[in-house]
Write a protein that binds this ligand. Structure first.
Ligand SMILES: [Zn+2]
Length: 150
């Protein structure tokens, strides 16, 4: 029991030795954060949290897109979302898109981080108005963003 508990604590504030590189995407952990820096030093290897979320399809962010406007402007909106990712990912390597799926009631965009999901909602509201809301869950480790325009 105690061991399990300790393991849980360890996982929550995961630490990597300096420097550690993700074998999948090349992100580099150094001085306490993930970057896109390059290094000539010898590196430890791991799979970064973003690549783990993508591989396990385990999103931290969910964006629900509803309303007819999306269907009439789909490509434009997809481009906007991809631009938000490009910008977020360059600044914060763990903030990425996972997938975009058309469900019966809405289109669902999933992300590896909570920050990018909120930024997508804000970018949609800024570009196209409509209604945006969001809600954190699991003690701020997850976010669900809603954007709707008829
Ligand atoms: Zn990675």
């Amino acid at each position: 029991m105690i061991k399990k508990k300790r393991h849980g604590l360890f996982r929550r504030r995961e630490k990597w030795p300096d420097p550690t590189m993700c074998e999948r995407c090349g992100a580099l952990f150094e001085k306490g954060r993930w970057t896109w820096n390059k290094t000539d030093e010898e590196v430890y290897k791991t799979t970064c949290p973003a690549c783990r979320r993508i591989a396990g399809n385990h999103p931290a962010g969910y964006v629900e897109i509803r309303g007819g406007f999306f269907y009439d402007h789909r490509q434009e909106i997809v481009n906007l979302i991809e631009n938000v990712e490009k910008q977020q990912k360059s600044e914060r390597p763990l903030e990425r898109l996972i997938s975009m799926q058309d469900l019966a009631e809405y289109t669902l965009v999933t992300t590896t981080g909570i920050h990018i999901a909120r930024r997508i909602g804000e970018a949609l509201a800024r570009a196209y108005q409509g209604e945006m809301n969001f809600q954190y869950a699991d003690g701020d480790k997850q976010i669900r963003v809603y954007w709707e325009r008829d």
